[in-house]
Design a binder for this molecule. Structure first.
Ligand SMILES: Cc1cc2nc3c(=O)[nH]c(=O)nc-3n(C[C@H](O)[C@H](O)[C@H](O)COP(=O)(O)OP(=O)(O)OC[C@H]3O[C@@H](n4cnc5c(N)ncnc54)[C@H](O)[C@@H]3O)c2cc1C
Length: 571
């Protein structure tokens, strides 16, 4: 018999979005039983690695405006952002910065003591608030400390959630495995917030934590919720070679140059007014074009790259404002950025797509909200501006925490618990995966899957490559990799790995199908066979619904345009 436990509100994910949601729900009601569930320890959530900063208009008296933040976000999105959502982000963010300040966030400061801001790509004003280059770590620590004030938040750390239980209309609970002892649980609850982060580990060259696999996005998909705009994957221009670890845009915000083999600041040809601080899609494409035209460097691993030169910024500024970058460069590439240029190339960094939600973070299933990178309320459209993700996590963490708690307070009628659905999930996990058989190595299959995405759906794409990529991952899926050779109950990472791989396949299929169908170039989705944006046919979001018997069901969803009619995007 499966063990069952009860809560009022479940928050799956203990990153910035999940913790911010937990605080807000607990503020609404201090007796409601809230569980924050995470497959890793709270402070191992991927959010701790956010580096450069968080965007908002903090100093209107000095010339920045909320309107300018909204317009930059919409233009950066290549006009696919829902404009009402972008407006909400930018209107609510200044408050969040001061809220964090009051909770103890150690923001970097100007000489006069006021909160410091730096420049980032695609903005008309230096509006990125930062904490050296460790903004995620400090924001996470501040939120986690604040969570400790609430006795009604419990943490189920190192629990792996496998599925959402519902009756077709309403959320009822989830199933999960306690990783320390292997026990499978059913967790009943009245509401759920999915804050499971991005899925960038479906690419092999990636800035993400190893845990950033799409299991949360996939459990929503399997539960019948649509995935939105998954074809839009952000490639950050500056992943350091050979690891792909991020060199924050804050480095260029502090003045770093991108150089080609001719020692030329090549961005002048691609975005003369913004140079290195053009939006990421444009800078990544510029790097790949320079490489294609023979002006790249060759890294010792044989990979083509560009140089990122920080030398002129000076050792003391680098140590003060870019200390983490300095350490990463020294430890992972053996380069001191004050003395030598870094070698970088575009790297998978962010998923604009995610679980389809509305402006309140509500999904199509009653009682389920989603926030942070797992969600797609379409703040970012087809290309996110840097520093707008931590902002989104904070704003929609707060909104969904409040909404879910108020929903529970209104009273959620109890329903008959569907033991059969829990039993089906137990069978899927244990008979289908844990006790599965086969002689194909799942680790090798995972490598092949992620390499395929890298090769076929990178910065520049084309129909042939995408179709080949889809065909290849479907063939890989049919191989006999679904088995777990380690039979341990305690911390069975082999089991986790294979469950994650299972999710990666379904979500990778949606990424590729969405990219095949979108026969235009918009934001981060650049097709060499369709090089122009095509508003007449493609100014819409993509929705994908799971269809176990066949291909995903693909639909279109309208874009909300409130103020800014799409125009050609120039920088
Ligand atoms: C290196 C790097 C630097 C970045 N820097 C910036 C920056 O400076 N500014 C900015 O705005 N953005 C930045 N970003 C993006 C930003 O960090 C992320 O988009 C954001 O932190 C995501 O937060 P989240 O709360 O949505 O999810 P995450 O922090 O990714 O947390 C996901 C949570 O879900 C849990 N989870 C997942 N699956 C399961 C499961 N099956 N069962 C249980 N738990 C599960 C995980 O354990 C984790 O707790 C950066 C990204 C990277 C990769």
């Amino acid at each position: 018999m499966v063990q069952t436990i009860d809560y009022d509100l479940l928050i799956v994910g203990s990153g910035l979005a999940g913790l911010r949601a937990g605080i807000e729900a607990a503020r609404v009601n201090r007796t409601m039983k809230i569980a924050v569930i995470s497959k890793v320890q709270v402070m191992r959530s991927h959010s701790v690695s956010a580096e450069g900063g968080t965007a908002e208009d903090l100093f209107p008296e000095e010339g920045d405006t909320i309107e300018s933040h909204i317009y930059d976000t919409v233009k950066g999105s290549d006009f696919l952002a829902d404009q009402d959502v972008a407006e909400r982000l930018c209107n609510e963010m200044p408050h969040e910065i001061y809220q964090l300040e009051h909770w103890g966030m150690p923001w970097s400061r100007r000489k006069d003591g006021r909160i410091g801001q730096r420049n980032f790509g695609g903005y008309s004003y230096p509006r990125v608030t930062y904490a050296s280059d460790k903004v995620g770590f400090f924001e996470m620590q501040t939120l986690y400390d604040t969570c400790q004030k609430f006795d009604n938040i419990e943490y189920l750390n190192e629990w792996y959630v496998t599925s959402i239980i519902h009756d077709g209309q309403t959320f009822m609970g989830v199933t999960a495995i306690e990783l320390s002892n292997g026990t499978f649980y059913a967790i009943r609850a009245k509401a759920l917030i999915i804050a499971t982060g991005g899925a960038g580990r479906i690419y092999s060259y990636s800035t993400y934590a190893l845990s950033s696999t799409p299991d949360g996005i996939d459990m929503a998909y399997r539960a019948g919720l649509a995935l939105k705009d998954m074809e839009f994957v952000q490639f950050h221009p500056t992943g350091i070679l050979p690891s792909g670890i991020l060199i924050t845009e804050g480095a260029r915000g502090e003045g770093a140059y991108l150089l080609n083999k001719d020692n030329e600041r090549f961005m002048k040809k691609y975005a003369a007014s913004k140079m290195e601080l053009a939006p990421r899609d444009i800078v990544s494409r510029a790097i790949m074009s320079e490489i294609k035209e023979g002006r790249g460097f060759t890294h010792e691993t044989g990979v083509s790259c560009m140089q990122l030169d920080l030398r002129h910024i000076g050792d003391s500024v680098i140590k003060e404002k870019l200390g983490a970058i300095r350490e990463i460069s020294l430890k992972f590439s053996g380069i001191n950025p004050s003395q030598e240029p870094l070698e970088v190339r575009p790297v998978c960094h962010y998923m604009m797509g995610g679980i389809h939600s509305n402006i309140d973070g509500a999904t199509e299933l009653q009682g389920v909200w989603t926030a942070g990178e797992a969600s797609c309320n379409s703040t970012h459209g087809s290309n996110r501006l840097g520093a707008n993700s931590t902002s989104e996590c904070l704003v929609w963490g707060k909104i969904t925490g409040k909404s879910a708690a108020e929903y529970i307070e209104k009273g959620v009628p109890a329903k008959q618990w569907p033991h059969n659905l829990v039993a089906n999930e137990e069978k899927r996990i244990y008979d289908g995966i844990f006790r599965g058989s086969g002689d194909v190595n799942p680790y090798e299959i995972r490598q092949q899957l992620t390499d395929t995405l890298n090769d076929k759906a990178y910065v520049y794409r084309n129909g042939n490559d995408l179709i080949q990529g889809l065909k290849h991952i479907r063939e890989l899926y049919k191989e006999t990799w679904k088995h777990v050779d380690d039979s341990a109950k305690e911390y069975n990472t082999n089991f986790v790995h294979v469950m994650e791989l299972d999710s990666m396949f379904r979500v990778a299929e949606v990424v590729l199908l969405g990219a095949i169908n979108r026969k235009e170039s918009r934001g981060a989705h650049a097709r060499t066979d369709y090089p122009s944006r095509d508003d007449a046919n493609f100014l819409h979001h993509t929705l994908a619904y799971y269809n176990p018997a066949d291909e995903p069901l693909m639909k279109k969803h309208p874009v909300t345009i409130t103020t800014y009619q799409p125009v050609e995007r120039k920088y």
